[in-house]
Design a protein around this ligand. Structure first.
Ligand code: ATP
Length: 199
């Protein structure tokens, strides 16, 4: 069974995925996998340079500060970049699903991503868990989380812009969904119990 975990920025997807990993479940992290593909696949590198210019890679490494600045300023570039990478992640997970099906795998694999609909990954999932939390709670969490980190440029304006860009991602998914609320009233382990009891 392949189960998606999604939700807007700061909803707590990664925190829930961490608890699932702690309990021994397999986690496929789409952002992480996309970064590996961007680093490893020469065709992807070629296309990213064609889209964003040679500066998109610095000393053969993906130049995240440059790319972030460009795509934040031009949303159509972000869309083009996503459209370039999504099919690679889709193909990668599809191969895993084919392999699992051929082996008759019965264990649960959780797939974490903020964008199932746009990437088509919802078509590979049996169910998707949507994690939700109030907007102000999510903003506060992201500010707290990223204040000292490499994302310290993620100010309120950028968080709201990202929320706005994500707002249609959680509707009309191609598989059944389960909704859980991570607003602080329940511990993460209890939310995970709630999820597992519904699968
Ligand atoms: P993103 O889309 O930005 O990756 P996310 O949905 O994966 O966000 P997390 O990174 O899991 O969200 O959570 C955001 C921050 O909020 C983290 O620092 C996390 O530790 C914290 N957090 C998540 N859930 C809770 C909670 N129930 N109580 C307190 N802090 C929480």
């Amino acid at each position: 069974m392949i189960i998606g975990i999604t939700g807007g920025i700061g909803s707590g997807k990664s925190t829930i995925a961490k608890e699932l990993a702690y309990r021994g479940f397999g986690i496929y992290n789409c952002d992480k996998r996309a970064k590996e593909i961007i680093a490893e696949e020469s065709i992807v590198q070629f296309r990213i340079k064609r889209l964003l210019g040679k500066k998109a890679y610095k000393d053969n490494h993906y130049n995240i500060p440059y790319v972030s600045k460009r795509v934040f300023a031009e949303p159509e570039l972000l869309q083009a970049l996503n459209e370039l990478i999504h099919p690679w992640v889709y193909k990668d997970l599809q191969d895993i699903k084919i392999f699992r099906d051929s082996r008759g795998a019965t264990d649960k694999l959780f797939v974490e991503s903020a964008v199932f609909k746009e990437s088509g990954l919802d078509k590979l999932c049996d169910k998707i868990v949507i994690v939700d939390a109030p907007v102000e709670t999510r903003i506060r969490r992201v500010l707290d989380r990223d204040y000292y980190g490499k994302n310290s440029a993620l100010n309120i304006e950028r968080i709201r812009a990202r929320m706005n860009a994500q707002k249609d991602s959680l509707t009309d998914l191609h598989c059944p969904t389960i909704r859980v609320t991570n607003d602080g009233s329940l511990e993460i382990k209890d939310i995970v119990d709630q999820i597992l009891s519904q699968l």
